[in-house]
Design a protein around this ligand. Structure first.
Ligand SMILES: Cc1cc2nc3c(=O)[nH]c(=O)nc-3n(C[C@H](O)[C@H](O)[C@H](O)COP(=O)(O)OP(=O)(O)OC[C@H]3O[C@@H](n4cnc5c(N)ncnc54)[C@H](O)[C@@H]3O)c2cc1C
Length: 339
């Protein structure tokens, strides 16, 4: 059986890893050299994934008190034995890319633990849950998430190769699920339905204009992470992201780093619709509602209906505004409405 001292060592190693991830994040935000910032981002992302695997292991053993047996090469060894580097043995950073590593099969779709929660802004959170064994989905799909008797659909931000499921959720004041999720904590248990619907990347088109309001970015992140994971080439993605406030771009760092690292593939265009509000002080990027910039982007990038697929995700008002602009010109539009 897992002993308290095993768990204690595992907790210590996890805390240390979390501190290192935080330091990497800070260094990345201070760094002005773009190439170095991108390298730090990649290191930070891998380190963070290792950390989440460790957290999942810890959660699993704390909840179920699973006996520690001979190390399973497919799972992180959190037994506290030091490796040559003086750190607990965790999978090699790139192991997930070769498909060697999976999260421990924590829970079932009826109850998966929350392994990470990040507050993006007062009304926006990102959280990750362990991915139950056998939970398969396509990039860009959504799934019903259950908390007690409530069920709501959420797009999956993570890509299928990632060993966790990630969600970016707007906590709508007065909303029943939103108010429950406001108090969500690491270790809470959520139910998952069957993944369905979603936006699919049209490989036959060269250009992809993706338009999102706040959490509508989610399926697009999944599609981009999946695209890069498979080492695909030859497409161009223009990702337009609208929000009222600059602190609502929950994936800005990741997307800017990816755009820097893959300029031929990705252009990220965040825009704030309330530039004069104090919360947007210092903002130097695009301004205006995201749908009001579509014309300019189409023209500036020479996008036409024969070489471009348009996708829009978020609230229905934005989807209708985009449809009114692109459909009369012959663009095919794929949409995902959140209301
Ligand atoms: C396919 C799909 C994917 C989705 N993906 C995401 C996603 O990735 N991220 C995300 O954040 N959302 C997503 N959504 C939206 C999500 O499913 C929920 O609709 C949203 O979280 C609101 O649920 P709720 O229970 O909090 O609100 P509900 O209780 O269902 O209320 C619905 C609306 O009524 C309003 N309301 C309710 N009670 C009051 C009150 N007392 N006073 C004032 N207003 C009130 C709420 O503000 C809310 O706008 C998705 C929806 C769909 C259909």
């Amino acid at each position: 059986m897992t002993t308290e001292s095993d768990l204690s060592r595992a907790r210590q190693a996890t805390r240390q890893a979390m501190t290192e991830v935080e330091r990497l994040d800070q260094r990345q935000s201070w760094c002005s050299d773009e190439a170095l910032r991108s390298t730090l981002h990649n290191i930070g992302q891998r380190k963070s994934e290792q950390t989440w695997r460790m957290l999942a292991w810890l959660q699993h053993h704390e909840q179920h008190s699973i006996p520690i047996s001979a190390p399973d090469p497919g799972q992180p060894d959190m037994s506290g034995h030091e490796s040559d580097a003086g750190q607990p043995d965790t999978p090699a950073p790139d192991a997930r890319h070769s498909g060697q590593v999976d999260l421990p099969a924590v829970g079932t779709s009826d109850g998966v633990p929350v392994i990470e929660r990040r507050q993006v802004s007062p009304d926006l959170i990102v959280f990750r849950v362990s991915r139950p064994a056998g939970f398969e989905f396509s990039p860009g799909q959504s799934v019903k998430v259950g908390l007690d008797d409530l069920r709501r659909s959420y797009s999956i931000v993570s890509a299928p190769h990632e060993p966790f499921l990630e969600f970016f959720v707007e906590l709508t004041p007065g909303g029943r699920m939103s108010e429950r999720l406001r108090g969500l904590q690491v270790g809470d248990s959520l139910a998952l339905g069957t993944p369905k619907g979603g936006l699919r990347f049209d490989n036959g088109m060269r250009n992809h204009l993706m338009i999102a309001t706040v959490t509508g970015i989610n399926p697009f992140i999944s599609l981009v992470r999946d695209y890069l994971h498979h080492g695909k080439q030859g497409h161009q993605v223009l990702l337009m992201h609208g929000a009222s406030y600059q602190d609502e771009f929950g994936y800005r760092e990741e997307l800017e780093a990816l755009a820097d690292a893959h300029p031929d593939l990705l252009t990220y265009l965040p825009t704030v619709s309330r530039p004069d509000e104090p919360r947007n002080q210092g903002w130097t990027g695009h301004t205006g509602r995201v749908d009001s910039l579509v014309d300019d982007v189409l023209e500036h990038h020479g996008l036409g209906p024969r070489n471009t697929r348009v996708y829009a995700c978020g609230h229905s008002g934005m989807l209708e505004a985009v449809a009114g602009q692109v459909q009369p010109r012959g663009f095919r539009l794929e949409t995902e409405s959140y209301d």
